[in-house]
Design a protein around this ligand. Structure first.
Ligand code: C2E
Ligand code: MG
Ligand code: MG
Ligand code: MG
Length: 282
């Protein structure tokens, strides 16, 4: 523990903390500039119906086109945004970019919907709900063409689903998906109380399919439960043919992963979709 550690160790610890603190401060300053300079962009990863391998939707994943560091993944800056109060601005930017892509670059594609990832703060923010409402009205976006991805931890507040926030967004008619399902340590009882239309089975369960007996059991059980509740399932992180074959055999409706399509810029997704062969028979 920190108390039992000697002086030397304590100093090392505090230097590390200082280094990571200044790295965070630097990231915060750069992120502020990035928002001002329009360096954030969205990549889209296709979501396929596994029975016939048609593309039904796409998940928007934020990227930071950094002038020196190149393309930066969200893991390097989402946490900083959340911790520094920049998450609202980042969330607004993502919403605006997704709205523009929906009516512009992606409008002529057969995509039924795109999804965006929403943080806990955004879910609880009345300003975000207003922006979303405003976007649907001004851009003329059909609400069902937009889904919000919320992780279990985001959905929950003090161990209960945040009904007020979910209802505020649900009333707008947008889809709601539970992201990283199975990783949140939360009860599943909330699923019958909240208006979610899909579950995204976390990639940690998909990764070791079909070899791991535990992951097979969990995935099978989640699929059965979701079916009984009338909720659709998207398996995340499919990156091998064996995983795909197993999930198709189980009747998993939708899937997403590097095997099926990598995240890519909107324009690239549009041409990728246009170049795909006609749907295969099941
Ligand atoms: P997520 O929403 O669970 O997104 C899935 C992540 O898994 C993406 O990473 C995606 O590139 C990656 N992935 C997809 N298929 C595969 C696969 O077959 N194998 C492997 N190993 N990975 C795969 P990414 O883009 O780095 O995003 C990471 C996380 O950052 C997201 O997890 C989401 O929680 C967060 N995030 C992304 N965009 C946004 C955003 O606009 N706002 C907020 N608040 N969070 C975001
Ligand atoms: Mg997601
Ligand atoms: Mg996920
Ligand atoms: Mg994840």
């Amino acid at each position: 523990s920190a108390k039992s550690a000697g002086r030397g160790q304590y100093r090392v610890f505090s230097e590390d903390m200082h280094r990571s603190l200044s790295a965070r401060v630097q990231t915060e300053q750069e992120l502020r500039a990035a928002l001002a300079e329009d360096e954030l962009t969205l990549f889209y990863q296709p979501v396929l119906r596994l029975a016939d391998m048609t593309v039904v939707g796409a998940e928007a994943l934020v990227r930071w086109q950094h002038p020196q560091r190149g393309l930066v993944l969200p893991e390097a800056f989402i946490g900083v945004a959340e911790a520094t109060g920049l998450s609202a601005a980042l969330g607004e930017r993502v919403l605006r970019l997704a709205g523009a892509d929906l009516v512009d670059t992606l409008a002529a594609t057969p995509l039924q919907w795109i999804s965006i990832n929403v943080s806990a703060r955004q879910l609880r923010s009345a300003a975000f709900a207003r922006s979303l409402h405003g976007l649907l009205l001004t851009k003329g976006v059909t609400p069902a063409r937009l889904k919000l991805e919320l992780s279990e931890t985001t959905l929950m507040q003090n161990g209960r689903p945040d009904h007020a926030a979910l209802e505020r967004l649900g009333h707008l008619g947008v889809g709601l998906a539970v992201d990283d399902f199975g990783t949140g340590w939360s009860s599943m009882a909330y699923l019958k109380q909240v208006p979610v239309d899909s579950l995204k089975v976390d990639q940690s369960f998909v990764q070791s399919l079909p070899a791991e007996a535990n992951d097979r059991a969990i995935t099978t059980a989640v699929l059965a439960m979701a079916r009984a509740l009338g909720i659709s399932v998207i398996a995340e992180g499919i990156d091998s043919a064996e995983q795909l074959t197993f999930l198709r055999a189980l009747g998993c409706e939708y899937g997403q992963g590097f095997l099926l399509g990598r995240p890519m810029p909107a324009a690239q997704l549009a041409s990728w979709l246009a170049g795909r062969p006609a749907p295969q028979p099941p």
